[in-house]
Design a protein. Structure first.
Length: 341
């Protein structure tokens, strides 16, 4: 059997006229001179046009399907077999594509080229940005949910903060930085040791006062407590001035500092700082109950890092925590109790 391949060449208007006249030949290639587009006749009155490079997909039937059955997570060097749509090809030895794909564990993935501050996911309502996901965390922006109690910024872990009325906090509670319910112990401050312990706050809190118990007093001694915001790198940054308080260490018992005004803190990472004039002993949160934020010493015998430490003459808490502080291990934190409004 012999035959000849015929190419129908013309304009879109001419192609439509031929289709209306049932004058197409099934399987006949089509080239449109007015749009530089190829196509094929799929019936005597129907045709299918192919997309040109760089054009958006046009699925006339309202349904599209991928038939490949390979799966995989994003990879560098070689394109993942799980890739279904490449939005921007940036594949290299260091970067993945900006792509959408599937993994074999019923996972649908969305990927950007690298884990870096300039690579992120954003959600928009018209031209208004509503939410953003970066390597630092998930943040709600101009969204009906982005109220003071829902907007979330976290640096060391991602926290999804649900509506405040789902998880209410009773007025007058005394909250410590403990993450588990273990019995308090005691810890000597060490004279002139400025320390900062991590506190991971998972919902908005309004604080009005702070309590701390002295268990072993030293005559003439005082100590200072206060909260610092995180600087974005798992290190204490700016002092929240209203929380800074000096307490008497010369007598045992519970000490109370009422804040000059209530202070509201949003979900995120904060730091409880303590600085003593002497080796006063306070009621403390044990190491096992503290947030595992700072990792562990490479010398296993030293245990986990629990705080940032700087030996410095006793004075008012600095407005910005000193950058020269170093990691310190195996020290419990003061069981400072923050009273909620």
């Amino acid at each position: 059997m012999s035959g000849r391949l015929q190419l129908r060449r013309g304009t879109l208007a001419g192609l439509n006229s031929a289709a209306l006249a049932n004058n197409l030949l099934i399987g006949e290639p089509v080239f449109l001179t007015d749009s530089q587009r190829l196509g094929v006749a799929v019936g005597t009155s129907a045709y299918k046009l192919f997309q040109n490079a760089g054009e958006p997909w046009a699925i006339n039937s309202g349904f599209g399907q991928f038939t490949n059955t390979e799966f995989g997570l994003p990879t560098v060097g070689t394109r993942s077999p799980g890739t279904r749509i490449v939005l921007y090809p940036s594949l290299s030895s260091e970067f993945t594509d900006f792509a959408i794909g599937l993994n074999g564990d019923n996972t649908m993935w969305f990927g950007v080229g690298a884990l870096a501050g300039t690579n992120n996911f954003r959600w928009y309502g018209a031209t208004t940005e509503m939410a953003r996901l970066t390597e630092s965390g998930f943040t709600l922006l101009n969204s009906p949910l982005a109220t003071a109690n829902n907007k979330q910024v976290a640096t060391t872990e991602w926290i999804w903060q649900r509506r405040a009325d789902v998880y209410p906090v009773r007025s007058g509670l005394n909250l410590t930085i403990a993450e588990t319910q273990s019995a308090f112990t005691t810890q000597a401050l060490g004279a002139n040791n400025l320390r900062a312990f991590p506190w991971r706050v998972k919902r908005a809190l309004t604080l009005t006062a702070m309590r701390c118990e002295v268990t072993t007093a030293i005559g003439g001694s005082t100590f200072r407590l206060g909260l610092y915001a995180d600087n974005g790198a798992a290190f204490p940054g700016a002092l929240l001035p209203v929380t800074a308080a000096q307490m008497d260490g010369a007598a045992t018992g519970m000490k109370l500092a009422t804040f000059a005004s209530a202070v509201t803190i949003q979900p995120g990472l904060y730091w409880l700082a303590v600085h003593g004039s002497a080796n006063t002993t306070l009621r403390s949160v044990p190491v096992a109950s503290l947030a595992n934020t700072l990792g562990a010493s490479p010398t296993a015998a030293n245990g986990p890092y629990t705080n940032w430490l700087l030996s410095t003459p006793y004075a008012a808490l600095p407005a910005t925590f000193p950058a020269t502080a170093a990691l310190s291990t195996a020290i419990g934190a003061p069981a400072a109790m923050f009273q909620t409004q």
